[in-house]
Ligand binder design. Structure first.
Ligand SMILES: [Zn+2]
Length: 309
């Protein structure tokens, strides 16, 4: 069974301005890397628009309506906070990003793909239920998790190897023992959350903070000693990955020092657990990654590892 690649050209139309690190070039670089003939077996699908029903399983209806009502004129930018910006194309991009994550869940639950990589933007893991934040408008991974539960699953896990802590996903999952969130991230760093003491209502939140300068060795130890054993105990029926590639040593936004190969390693470990607990079902959703070459190479290795499982 193959791996789905889900994306949409509308995700390139979310325009954050000239100097913003979260640019359309990021997604172009990832998609270009996935044009290599090694990726011919990918099932390529267009991300649909998320529905109001799907979005409001995570975000209040008035929040969804307020975000979708922000429709700047072409060329205009509306800042929602210091670094979260909307343009004329942002509302559709955000709907496609969340809808792509939902389609990834449908793909693996309906069985026409074993795994899915959802290459979309804006990213999602900083968006809280009622607050856009950190380049994020809707919580794509949480929307996917709630969709999986609405489709019949009980326990769903999101794991997050983006260099930044996914405060939004954690916040949305914190009080619900049917949801698990595990994250490695630089600490201290934006957004400031993600200490080991934040553990949810049922130890369903597992944070592995890493000091600035940490390498792949510390990253692997954190996953092997802390996050993967907790994920194994949680025994999810579906594994969703918040796949950010900004812990790479080349990334300009933080100071972890992962090599591209570390992304192949973590992908393999997550596939093992998905095989053990989830019938192999794994949905990976793009989050950060701001060095264009490192992002493209790391995402390509991630998807290549998914393909060859
Ligand atoms: Zn990040």
């Amino acid at each position: 069974m193959s791996v789905a690649l889900i994306t949409h050209p509308a995700c390139l139309e979310h325009d954050t301005g000239t100097w913003h690190p979260e640019s359309a070039e990021r997604l172009r670089h990832v998609l270009r890397a996935l044009e290599d003939e090694a990726f011919l077996p990918l099932l390529r699908e267009q991300a649909p628009l998320a529905t109001e029903e799907q979005l409001t399983r995570v975000h209040p209806a008035d929040y969804v309506q307020a975000i979708l009502a922000i429709r700047p004129e072409p060329g205009e930018h509306v800042p929602l906070d210091a670094d979260t910006i909307m343009s004329a194309g942002s509302a559709e991009a955000a709907l496609r990003a969340a809808g792509g994550a939902v389609l990834g869940v449908d793909a693996v639950m309906q069985g026409w793909a074993r795994a899915a990589f959802v290459a979309v933007r804006p990213p999602g893991h900083h968006a809280e239920a009622r607050r856009p934040m950190g380049f994020c408008l809707f919580s794509n991974a949480a929307i996917a998790a709630r969709h999986a539960q609405a489709s019949g699953l009980g326990r769903v896990a999101v794991v997050d190897f983006d260099v930044h802590h996914g405060n939004g996903t954690q916040d949305i999952f914190y009080a619900d023992p049917s949801l698990f969130y595990g994250s490695s991230h630089q600490f201290p760093c934006y957004p400031g959350t993600g200490s080991e003491l934040e553990c949810g209502v049922a130890d369903n939140i597992v944070n592995a903070p890493l000091a600035p300068g940490s390498t792949g060795a510390e990253f692997r130890t954190a996953w092997q000693q802390r996050i993967l054993p907790a994920l194994d105990r949680f025994a999810p029926e579906l594994l969703i990955v918040s796949a950010g590639f900004d812990a790479h040593k080349a990334d300009p936004l933080a100071q972890l020092r992962l090599e591209t190969a570390d992304y192949g390693w973590i992908t393999g470990k997550l596939l093992e657990l998905a095989e053990k607990h989830c019938r192999g079902r794994l949905v990976s959703v793009l989050e950060g990654g701001y060095d264009l070459e490192a992002l493209a190479a790391s995402a390509a290795l991630h998807v290549r590892t998914l393909l060859h499982a």
